[in-house]
Design a protein around this ligand. Structure first.
Ligand code: IMP
Length: 434
């Protein structure tokens, strides 16, 4: 199989943790470039190499494919210590990224006082259940024009000053008891940590533009997901970046024309970590069963995930926002053996009206109850199925209803964690691409 000359985005359609990593792992070997364009070490997925798990939070997943060039775009926020630890873990497993990794000089750096601010807020009344990694404050400082970018590391004389503005505001807010490191210490530590990364800093926009013009393929690896998008998600219970399609363009500097296809990833049910609306949530034994069978505990924080049936309202919204060509539908096998399987097809409001749009305002989510359609479960397991013809009729009926409710066809169906468990849907855009 050759390298692809078309560009593909892989984006999450729910509240994250959909299994984007498996698809990126599966497909990245077919692309010359793999790029992260938003988020930071709030994201996380585990790749398995020779039976050993490696957790990646910030390094693009193409790391495991030697011919892959890796890019970190301007929309990403980076914790440099975590980034270096990941590079180190990869190097120990024999994956040397030198010469094939470029970090945008415009990407922002997560500083210790950003982490302190994140944790301080999470201790207060406005807690939204963040990952506590300083992601929100790093993006806040970016918007407030007090951020520190990777390119600033190349100008050590002015680094202290760049750090000082944001540091002063956080110090004032948190007070002297917060134990923040001084600006001097922060600048010194940052420069010391960053040394190995300095040669990797450059103009990723220029690199990607040239690659695209040369006809090289690019895989855009999304982190988090549309319902966590700062604009199109369940605000304020969201992350601080644009995890949907728009973030791809701002986070790389490439024009929309550079993108050929969008693969939207969703689980065959719904999960969410942290606070915020989730009408599909099952607070009963069924929810517990999905959590146990699906091993729904966070890769980044270990928190148990809230679980519910597939929600066609949120996922349909995400399909429309992103212009999804086909679904990567993950973890169907987790629903094996249930007597019945639910599908949230609408939301019923306090006055009994059923709608299929998500509210923009958080206040309007409160009264919504899920309108659930039930399907007969399947007794023949779907686990490991690699051929659509082998799907039990009941599972097929459920999938047909699911795709109709989000008005988007399946491009890839995952039937287990292993890379061989699942199949590319014949006739889908992905089958034509591969
Ligand atoms: P933050 O991104 O750490 O600010 O957290 C904001 C919200 O996004 C919280 O509800 C987090 O649990 C959620 N979140 C952030 N990253 C991820 C992810 O990769 N998967 C799932 N949820 C996430």
């Amino acid at each position: 199989m050759g390298v692809l000359a078309e560009n593909l985005a892989i984006l999450g359609l729910q509240w994250g943790d959909e299994g984007k990593g498996k698809l990126v792992d599966l497909l990245s070997g077919r692309f010359r470039n793999v790029v992260r364009f938003q988020g930071g070490n709030n994201a996380g997925h585990t790749v398995v190499v020779d039976g050993v798990s490696i957790a990646l939070h910030q390094v693009p997943s193409g790391a495991l494919h030697e011919g892959c060039f890796l890019g970190v775009g301007s929309g990403v926020v980076l914790n440099l210590e975590v980034f270096l630890q990941e590079l180190d873990r990869l190097a120990k497993r024999g994956f040397d990224l030198s010469g094939r990794l470029l970090i945008s000089d415009k990407a922002h750096i997560i500083l210790p006082h950003h982490i302190a601010l994140d944790k301080w807020r999470e201790g207060g009344l406005n807690k939204i259940g963040t990952t506590g990694r300083g992601i929100g404050p790093a993006y806040e400082m970016k918007a407030a024009r007090m951020g520190v970018r990777m390119g600033d590391l190349l100008h050590p004389d002015t680094l202290r000053e760049r750090i000082s503005h944001g540091h002063a505001e956080v110090a004032q807010l948190l007070g002297p008891g917060a134990g923040l490191a001084s600006v001097e210490d922060t600048a010194r530590d940052l420069l010391a940590i960053a040394q190995p990364l300095l040669p990797l800093i450059g103009d990723i926009q220029d690199h990607l533009w040239s690659a695209w013009r040369r006809g090289e393929s690019i895989l855009f690896e999304g982190a988090q997901a549309t319902l966590l998008d700062i604009d199109h998600g369940t605000y304020p219970y969201v992350t601080s970046s644009n995890c949907s399609i728009g973030g791809l363009f701002t986070g790389t500097g490439l024009p929309p024309k550079a993108l050929s296809h969008v693969l939207g990833v969703a689980k065959a049910y719904t999960t969410r970590v942290g606070a915020g609306p989730m009408p599909s949530e099952l607070l009963d034994a069924t929810g517990d069963r999905i959590r146990d069978l699906g091993r729904e505990f966070g890769t980044t924080t270990g928190r148990p995930r809230r679980c519910g049936w597939f929600d066609a309202v949120i996922t349909g919204h995400a399909c429309r926002v992103n212009g999804v060509d086909g679904l990567g539908l993950m973890k169907l096998d987790v629903l094996d053996g249930f007597d019945q399987v639910g599908l949230v097809v609408g939301y019923r409001d306090g006055e009994g009206r059923v709608g299929t749009r998500i509210p923009s305002c958080i206040q309007d989510w409160n009264d919504l109850k899920p309108e659930i359609k039930y399907f007969k479960g399947w007794s023949t397991p779907t686990r490991g199925i690699q051929d659509p013809a082998r799907l039990p009729a009941e599972a097929r009926a459920y999938l047909d209803a699911l795709t109709e409710s989000v008005d988007t066809p399946i491009a890839y169906l995952s039937t287990g964690p292993d890379r061989v468990e699942g199949y590319v849907e014949p006739g889908s855009f992905l089958a034509n691409l591969l």
